[in-house]
Design a protein around this ligand. Structure first.
Ligand SMILES: NC(=O)c1ccc[n+]([C@@H]2O[C@H](COP(=O)([O-])OP(=O)(O)OC[C@H]3O[C@@H](n4cnc5c(N)ncnc54)[C@H](O)[C@@H]3O)[C@@H](O)[C@H]2O)c1
Length: 256
């Protein structure tokens, strides 16, 4: 799901204390723990066992304990983790103690949906600018924010200290938009366009592609059907295996 360049050893730029260099998989699970912890806090839980938190986050508890040990958080035997403290620690590590400004470029179908999503604010982000290249869209007001022309990106970046750029343009425009974001100093990009972006060192790109997620699920459906020999619901006929992937009954075509 991601196209990510890990930043390597963190520095102390801007007076920020050096953070531990966490495994990427741990970083990806921290937001899940955070979401589960917020739910636990809202329902009045002050402590949680590693099993309880692991269940709430949908991971196994050994993995959770290992992840949290990277943050120096081990919980207390017989008591578990202090929910409020763990929220504070994870928010600190994820850099969520400040609300980061997001510029959304491309305000079409997807952009409209993203611009109207309340969940960003409650999870530490502020949509600070909506930008589009289509003069017909410029000036449109969406949830109290006016769409500006993408050529105004330098002014927008200066006014709003944009931390993250979100690209929701067609793939054909995405590289140009990425270049414009990088040129104004944006070093984190979330790309919804179905293409690979080329960015300089020091710029992190994450890619979201629902079609890829569906294709992965399709693979698992296909594989389950190949193991049982029965067609599964919701699909048309299985195609013959291409050369080199031949399987006999009971064998797996592709390792997991
Ligand atoms: N990641 C996913 O799961 C997912 C899901 C749906 C769509 N998408 C992708 O998201 C993108 C947007 O999809 P959509 O349905 O909203 O398309 P859309 O055509 O409705 O919107 C695209 C918008 O980008 C604007 N645009 C074009 N060039 C631009 C540029 N250079 N600078 C700024 N704005 C520009 C257009 O004016 C338009 O408003 C597409 O690349 C699509 O494939 C991804």
């Amino acid at each position: 799901m991601s196209q990510h360049r890990h930043p390597g050893t963190p520095g102390r730029a801007g007076g920020v204390p050096a953070l531990p260099d966490l495994p990427e998989a741990t970083v990806a699970r921290l937001p899940e723990y955070l979401r589960a912890l917020h739910n636990l806090a809202e329902t009045g839980n002050e402590t949680v066992s590693s099993e309880g938190l692991a269940n709430a986050a949908g991971v196994n508890s050994a993995k959770l304990r290992k992840d949290l040990s990277h943050l120096g958080s081990y919980g207390t035997r017989g008591v578990g983790y202090d929910v409020a403290l763990l929220i504070e620690q994870i928010e600190y590590v994820l850099g969520l103690t400040q609300r980061r400004a997001v510029a959304l470029v491309g305000v079409g179908n997807l952009g409209h949906a993203l611009a109207g999503y309340d969940g960003f604010a409650s999870r530490g982000f502020r949509i600070a600018a909506l930008l589009d290249a289509d003069p017909a869209r410029v000036g449109e007001e969406i949830h109290g924010m006016v769409v500006r022309h993408v050529d105004e990106l330098p002014q927008v970046a200066a006014e709003e200290s944009i931390a993250i750029g979100v690209i929701a343009t067609p793939a054909s425009a995405a590289q140009r938009v990425a270049d414009q974001l990088v040129a104004v100093g944006v070093t984190s990009i979330l790309n919804f366009a179905p293409c690979v972006l080329s960015v300089p060192d020091g710029v992190d790109v994450r890619k979201v592609d629902l079609a890829i997620e569906l294709q992965i699920l399709s693979f698992h459906e296909h594989r389950k059907a190949s193991l049982t020999g029965l067609p599964r619901t919701g699909g048309s006929a299985l195609t013959a295996l291409p050369g080199g992937l031949a399987v006999t009954e009971g064998q797996e075509a592709i390792g997991t």
